[in-house]
Write a protein that binds this ligand. Structure first.
Ligand SMILES: Cc1ncc(COP(=O)(O)O)c(C=O)c1O
Length: 368
């Protein structure tokens, strides 16, 4: 009999987990569904455009897109390759919320635009010209959101820069492109430690987008879409009501980075690991950096009286046990990942547990 040590309050089924291969990722479907319901409530006042990059699993994306009672505008992707997977799975409206400059992915987006409504973030004349060329060659029409830097200082044009209007005008004048609006992702706000700070950073980002929309409209240009936000600012944007869609991705599965700052969602993703070596006070698990992305900090071990040693080995995690806690080789434990996106990207499948039933869902977008 394999002993599975379930985290306190977990609805997972120990008998089902005893039969799975380790190390592997498991999702608690009931927790996922509760997270979707919370997201639906938080999003009141805006819409969701779930970000596929968080989990890269089209079956999970389908659950998000089919959520009843919650306006969902389509899917968000980080790359053209992810978009191809999502379109092949039947999604008809996809935003690549990222700049694309290489020929091959631009060609891919241009060809996908024949089957689905495709939109791409753009922040340079060169990027826009390259996208226009590929769309014209393909005979398709690709939507554009002019990307604004609303404080993260990653991609995007600074609000007020004349380039915003220039990109919008060039897009509107093109036969192969369609100006859909503006994007501004406030990545710097997502993991701010308290809800008030997240809300004030989200408000500032929304205000920057709204001001630029006024400039576009004043110049006679369309601006139907204001896209941005994430799991950390979804509730804020639901209240602010300026964004037309929020690109949240982590909320169905969640991770420790978000759990730490309290964004209203619960842990639904665990890494199931086996104890492969043990002596009093000490145990070693068969999951390390190759199963649990560790650069953003350590995962959380769901076992009372046990503490992970700081730092993962390639294939191992070391556990320090209190005198009252025992683990034996073959025992199984669960670890909550620190960062969902890069952890999912390490696994070919997700074992989705619904009480005692387990289904294997492919992480089919991993190639992107
Ligand atoms: C462009 C963009 N939009 C939205 C998100 C939000 O994702 P999450 O909800 O997982 O924080 C991210 C995350 O990195 C992102 O890069």
């Amino acid at each position: 009999m394999t002993t599975v040590h379930l985290p306190a309050g977990s609805g997972l089924d120990a008998a089902a987990l005893a039969l799975l291969p380790t190390p592997s990722l498991v999702a608690d479907l009931a927790a996922v569904e509760r997270n979707l319901a919370v997201a639906g409530r938080q999003a009141a006042g805006t819409s969701l455009r779930p970000h596929f990059k968080a989990h890269k699993c089209t079956r999970l994306l389908r659950l998000q897109l089919g959520q009843e009672g919650c306006p969902v505008t389509g899917a968000t992707c980080a790359t053209a390759a992810e978009a191809a997977v999502v379109v092949a799975a039947g999604v008809t409206d996809v935003l690549v919320a990222n700049e694309i400059v290489d020929r091959e992915p631009l060609e891919l987006v241009a060809s996908l635009a024949k089957q689905a409504t495709m939109t791409v973030a753009v922040d340079s004349v060169a990027g826009l010209a390259a996208l226009e060329t590929r769309a014209a060659e393909a005979g398709s029409r690709v939507g554009v959101l002019v990307d604004l830097d609303v404080g993260q200082h990653r991609c995007g044009v600074l609000p007020g820069d004349p380039l915003v209007l220039e990109l919008a005008r060039r897009t509107a004048a093109s036969d192969s492109l369609e100006l859909r609006g503006l994007m501004g992702y406030e990545g710097h706000a997502q993991h701010a430690a308290d809800a008030a700070t997240r809300e004030s950073l989200a408000s500032a980002a929304a205000a920057g987008l709204a001001a630029e929309r006024e400039r576009l409209i004043g110049a006679g240009l369309p601006c139907d879409v204001l896209s941005g936000g994430g799991t950390g600012t979804l509730a804020a944007h639901g209240r602010i009501g300026v964004l037309t869609e929020v690109q949240a991705g982590s909320y169905p599965l969640m991770d420790e980075q978000y759990g730490e700052v309290g964004v209203g969602f619960e842990t639904a993703l665990w890494c199931l690991a086996s104890v492969i070596s043990a002596r009093p006070g000490h145990a070693v698990l068969n999951a390390g950096m190759k199963e649990l992305y560790g650069e953003d900090g350590m995962p959380r071990l769901g076992l009372v009286g046990a503490r992970l040693e700081d730092g993962l080995s390639d294939e191992h995690a070391t556990v320090h046990l209190s005198p009252q806690t025992e683990l034996a080789p073959g025992d199984r434990v669960l670890l909550a990942p620190r960062h969902v996106d890069p952890t999912m990207n390490l696994h070919p499948h997700l074992f989705v547990c619904n009480a005692g039933n387990v289904e294997r869902w492919d992480v089919d977008g991993r190639i992107g």
